[in-house]
Design a protein around this ligand. Structure first.
Ligand code: SF4
Ligand code: SF4
Ligand code: SF4
Length: 448
């Protein structure tokens, strides 16, 4: 057992005291300032973060957010290692998840942006990044990136979860999990371990998975029905505008058109002829904004996206876009961002991961079908409760250990903390085919 373990409950920031409430309010306010401006539900909310990011010479408020996020992960990672760094697993895992955030979560998109290329967040695939399979998103990506996101979302990540458990992503790669494991470490013990919380978790997480499936299905259905309308004469004007926009996007992308304000005016005029719905005019505003900043690649990308959007709308169109707006605001922003991080000091660090994340639901199902489990040494548990107390996902690990049962829970993110804090070495995370008495030591994924 490592130094400092038992002081967890004695510090005011970690015991839901006044300081924890203040901290929760500060984090929540920051996320509201981040997400509310510009949302279709709160279009007039003042944007205070964009001027700050401009003053810092960052391309947008999202890079300011990424910078703060990375700083918190580095600082939290150092503190986490001072506390739990006497384990190989935690040393390698923490360095990996922080490096992934710095390299792939922050630096790569920033460099691509500075090189006037489309920003790519390669570590976020569907369904966590809920719009990655939407036809309009795929239409706006380079072909190789579109193929990458489709293959990783539907095959790559689920297969890895089946083989290694969802820890490969949730504890080693995902930025949300990374923040929880580093900055959030002091609050991991606050997760609710009750059976009632487990029941709520099962309903809520699969409800969100259902919502993302429904929204994605509607968006894909809309795309297919649009394609079916292409041959009909009455849609000829919309198709002509779409074709012109696609050529314009290519011309801007290849540098053949550099007069961006004039291009933006052309786009507006062409789209206006179609009497478009509000979600299309929102996309015209994106072209205007990119042109005003003089960002040719962003203009090209926004026009390409618009070229898809002005295609004739099928019957599913209005419903699909309402579902997208609902999911984006209430689940993608309010639940995962505002509540997910804002509640760290009060309900622990995995509120979103446990109760909302559709990726957790999907990878959790694959994990249940696969090999990953926490192997329990029989008749060794002394019921001290450390493992359950430190489980950020609210799993009562002690109950399994006392019952001599391996832990096979869809929600386990494989953080390894239960095994780390066990004074008797009862628990071991494994993906080995056979973890019985005859198993070789080398078969363990990482020796805890
Ligand atoms: S549960 Fe979801 S948000 Fe949390 S770490 Fe896993 S994929 Fe990321
Ligand atoms: S059961 Fe153990 S490995 Fe799984 S989430 Fe809880 S503490 Fe982490
Ligand atoms: S498994 Fe280990 S940490 Fe958990 S209750 Fe038993 S002895 Fe304590």
């Amino acid at each position: 057992m490592q130094a400092g373990l038992l002081d967890t409950y004695q510090r005011p920031t970690r015991t839901r005291g006044a300081i924890a409430w203040v901290l929760s309010a500060v984090i929540t306010t920051f996320y509201l300032l981040l997400y509310l401006p510009g949302s279709s539900f709160t279009p007039n909310f003042p944007d205070v973060l964009t001027p700050i990011s401009t003053w810092m010479h960052l391309p947008s408020k999202w890079f300011l957010y990424g910078l703060l996020y990375s700083i918190l992960m580095v600082g939290g990672g150092v503190a986490m290692l001072r506390r739990h760094g006497n384990s190989n697993y935690h040393r390698i895992r923490t360095v990996t998840v922080v490096s992934v955030q710095i390299v792939l979560g922050f630096s790569l998109p920033l460099v691509l942006k500075l090189l006037d290329k489309p920003e790519l967040y390669l570590t976020y695939v569907w369904p966590l990044s809920y719009d990655k399979l939407f036809p309009d998103t795929l239409a706006g990506l380079p072909a190789a990136a579109a193929i990458y996101f489709v293959v990783m979302s539907l095959i790559g990540f689920p297969l890895l979860a089946w083989r290694y458990g969802k820890r490969f992503y949730c504890s080693w790669v995902c930025g949300c999990g990374g923040l929880a494991e580093t900055f959030g470490d002091p609050w991991r013990h606050l997760s609710d371990k009750s059976n009632k919380a487990w029941r709520i978790e099962q309903y809520s997480i699969y409800t969100v998975l259902g919502l993302v499936l429904l929204t994605t299905g509607l968006m894909i259905g809309d795309g297919v029905s649009r394609a079916g309308l292409v041959g009909e004469a009455k849609y000829a004007p919309a198709i002509a505008v779409s074709t012109q926009l696609a050529s314009l996007s290519e011309a801007v992308g290849q540098g053949a058109r550099t007069d961006l304000p004039a291009v933006a005016s052309e786009v507006s005029a062409q789209v206006a002829e179609l009497n478009p719905p509000s979600w299309v005019t929102d996309k015209v505003k994106e072209v205007d904004a990119a042109a005003a900043k003089g960002e040719a690649p962003a203009v090209s990308e926004a026009i390409k996206n618009l070229a898809y959007s002005v295609m004739p709308e099928g019957k599913l169109g209005p419903l699909a876009h309402k579902a997208k707006a609902f999911y984006s605001f209430f689940i993608g922003a309010m639940f995962s961002g505002v509540l997910g991080v804002g509640l760290y000091p009060l309900m622990g660090t995995r509120v979103w991961c446990r109760f909302g994340c559709p990726m957790a639901a999907l990878l959790g199902l694959m994990q249940k079908l696969g090999r990953f489990r926490i192997a329990v040494k029989k008749d060794m548990c002394i019921s001290c409760g450390n493992c359950s107390a430190y489980c950020e996902m609210g799993i009562d690990v002690r109950a399994y250990a006392m019952g001599n049962m391996d832990v096979r829970r869809a929600s386990c993110v494989g953080c390894g903390m239960c095994a780390h804090v066990c004074p008797r070495g009862v628990l071991r995370l494994t993906s080995a085919a056979d973890a019985g008495p005859g198993a070789k030591v080398g078969e363990w994924m990482v020796d805890l």
